[in-house]
Design a protein around this ligand. Structure first.
Ligand SMILES: Nc1ncnc2c1ncn2[C@@H]1O[C@H](COP(=O)(O)OP(=O)(O)OP(=O)(O)O)[C@@H](O)[C@H]1O
Ligand SMILES: [Mg+2]
Length: 239
């Protein structure tokens, strides 16, 4: 371990059939960091997270987590090694209660540890505790996003992959989500954060990568990326 990054992606190539989506990307996430992954629509951000989680097959290159090669491993095994994905669009089980949704995130935990883990999630999100017996489909968008994050936390991940957690939410709720991300990092969870809201993502992140057309176009300390006019104009959709 030592100074090695927690997650290391090198020369990663991923395709959808004949369409190349990732054209040899490299990135690293150190333990304890929030790393922002930015870029315009279709740049390859979601594809990167899905590849790390093992949902998409890797065509070339390597993904290492905690000094072990995880590219090529099954989704369940990658999850058990400590990586949890909160997918774009939340995808809670609408016909299950809040408590049942959280239970679904704990498949890798011994049964006797589920209740304790769920109590921790309820301590973190009082709004979920109040609605524990309510069907997830009746929650607001912000509450569903919190439930999706809570469900991912049930597996006690060391690395949390968040895909557009603020998408479509009211500004006040977006603030809450970003505060939560910082809190989770401060509690020891490492975070790779995909965001369209580049400005806010760079405010909470330690470092960032900007993707364009399946490649890494820029990288650096979050503060430097945020201050770069060139990055802002070319990749972040700022006038
Ligand atoms: N299921 C799929 N089949 C074919 N091509 C796909 C599929 N999913 C994504 N792509 C293509 O792969 C490229 C990368 O898509 P990806 O979803 O990773 O981008 P993104 O950066 O997450 O974009 P967005 O900001 O819109 O979420 C795009 O050109 C996209 O059209
Ligand atoms: Mg996406």
């Amino acid at each position: 371990m030592g100074d090695d990054p927690l997650l290391s992606v090198s020369s990663l190539e991923v395709s959808y059939g004949p369409i190349a989506a990732l054209r040899g990307i490299g990135l690293e996430v150190n333990g304890g960091e929030i790393v922002a992954l930015l870029g315009s629509n279709g740049a390859g951000k979601t594809t990167t997270l899905l590849s790390i989680a093992g949902v998409l097959p890797v065509r070339a290159g390597e993904i290492r987590f905690d000094d072990a090669r995880i590219s090529g491993q099954a989704v369940e095994r990658i999850a058990r090694s400590g990586i949890a994905l909160v997918p774009e669009g939340r995808h809670v089980f609408e016909g299950l209660t809040v408590a049942e949704n959280l239970r679904m995130g704990a498949a890798s935990l011994p049964g006797r540890e589920v209740e304790g883990e769920r109590t921790k999630v309820f301590d973190l999100f009082s709004v979920l505790a109040d609605r524990r017996s309510q069907l997830a489909g009746t929650l607001s968008g912000g509450e569903q996003q919190m439930l999706a994050i809570g469900r991912a936390l049930m597996s006690r991940p060391r690395l949390l992959l968040l895909d557009e957690p603020s998408l479509g939410l009211a500004p006040r709720i977006v603030e809450e989500i970003f505060e939560l991300i910082v809190h989770l990092r401060d509690q020891g969870t490492t975070i790779l954060l995909v965001e369209q809201n580049a400005r806010m993502a760079l405010e909470v992140a330690d470092r960032g990568y900007v993707m364009a057309q399946g490649r890494i176009a820029a990288e650096g300390a979050a503060r430097e990326l945020a201050a770069s006019d060139e990055v802002a104009r070319a990749y972040l959709g700022v006038a």
